[in-house]
Design a binder for this molecule. Structure first.
Ligand code: GDP
Length: 329
């Protein structure tokens, strides 16, 4: 079913500019996507609908790791390597700190100085407004806009804290976890349930101590054996590399391509994208319902009193919920 798209001339110009692979219209489109204004949101939706047939062509790579592990050093080295191979690379970020403090620790252009100067690269910092869910949603839409603008590798970066990894794994084809060559680091990852969603693990800074890196690699491999990967056809490889010395970048990319080819051949990659799109839709429905509920005049009028009553034990949670939900029926 085609949804009707109504574009005014200014927005049609954005669409044409993005499809012509021009960066200014792309940046303007992303600004529209990130806007909190209701009229901008409606326009962004229409622009995205128009761009949608031109999306889907990129390899979407998620990269996560704690601050200091070497993400920006790695992404810069990888980005330059990919440009040498003829690719166009967009780097996006999902930064949970940006939604809390308004400040961002990821995706800053100055962190990837060489890459940001290349016309074949586009680096966009994390949107800084809204909840993590809102930030992730905007990054997803930005990813689509970048694909329509002809970027064929999209790297989505996030920090190894909180729920942001799940959000990034939910919008990328392959999710890569960067680790430091320290014993004990792997245990932290297990605790947070990150290993279950990692498709590829990289031990960075192998130049500092090659033995420590090898040890970390074998620890990581045995830790991985405790988890079952989502695909029966894939065992997440563990690589060691040095982002600083640009060593191991080609081997990393070979593994990414092997992942794409393996899961592409079985149809799992397509299935993953379809599943991601549907979960995205349901997430938006959930969030839309929640915000409609909270904004309903009767809910607003009675919410405080009913919360207080539940708190005081004078009414049950289910009775309060039933009354509040009754207002939006
Ligand atoms: P991010 O916070 O994860 O983006 O980490 P950065 O890329 O900013 O790197 C943090 C620090 O680690 C910087 O001083 C980098 O130069 C350094 N670094 C990154 N990769 C390597 C590496 O492979 N080897 C060494 N020795 N240092 C590295």
């Amino acid at each position: 079913m085609d949804l009707p798209v109504q574009l005014d001339p200014a927005d049609q110009a954005l669409v044409d500019g993005v499809l012509a692979r021009r960066l200014r219209p792309l940046a303007k489109t992303i600004t529209l996507i990130e806007s909190q204004r209701e009229d901008h949101k409606a326009r962004a939706r229409a622009v995205l609908e128009a761009l949608l047939p031109h999306t889907g062509g990129a390899l979407r790579v998620g990269i996560s790791g704690v601050p200091g592990v070497g993400k920006s050093t790695f992404i810069e080295a990888l980005g330059l390597f990919l440009i040498e191979q003829g690719h166009r690379v967009a780097v996006l970020a999902v930064d949970p700190s940006s939604s809390v403090t308004g400040g961002s620790i990821l995706g800053d252009k100055t962190r990837m100085e060489l890459l940001s100067q290349r016309p074949e690269a586009y680096i966009r910092p994390s949107p800084s407004a809204g909840s993590l869910g809102g930030v992730a949603e905007k990054t997803r839409e930005t990813l689509l806009a970048c694909e329509a603008a002809g970027f064929d590798v999209i790297i989505v970066e996030t920090v190894g804290v909180g729920q942001s990894e799940t959000a990034v794994a939910g919008m990328t084809d392959i999710f890569c976890l960067l680790q430091l060559p320290n014993a004990g680091d792997d245990l932290q990852a297990i605790k947070k349930g990150i290993m279950e969603i990692a498709d590829l693990i990289v031990i960075n800074k192998a130049d500092i101590d090659a033995n420590a890196a090898q040890l970390a690699k074998s620890q990581m491999k045995s830790a991985l054996a405790m988890f079952r990967h989502a695909s029966p056809n894939w065992t997440p490889p563990v690589l060691t590399l040095s982002a600083l010395r640009k060593e191991g970048i080609a081997a990393f990319w070979r593994e990414v391509l092997r992942f794409r080819d393996t899961l592409g051949a079985t149809g799992e990659l397509d299935a993953k994208r379809r599943h991601q799109a549907l979960s995205w839709m349901w997430e938006m429905i959930d969030r839309g319902l929640r915000s409609r509920f909270r904004n309903h005049p009767k809910v607003r009028a009675e919410l405080d009193a009913l919360q207080a009553a539940v708190d005081a034990g004078t009414t049950t949670p289910s009775a309060a919920a039933a009354r509040l939900l009754g207002f939006i029926d």
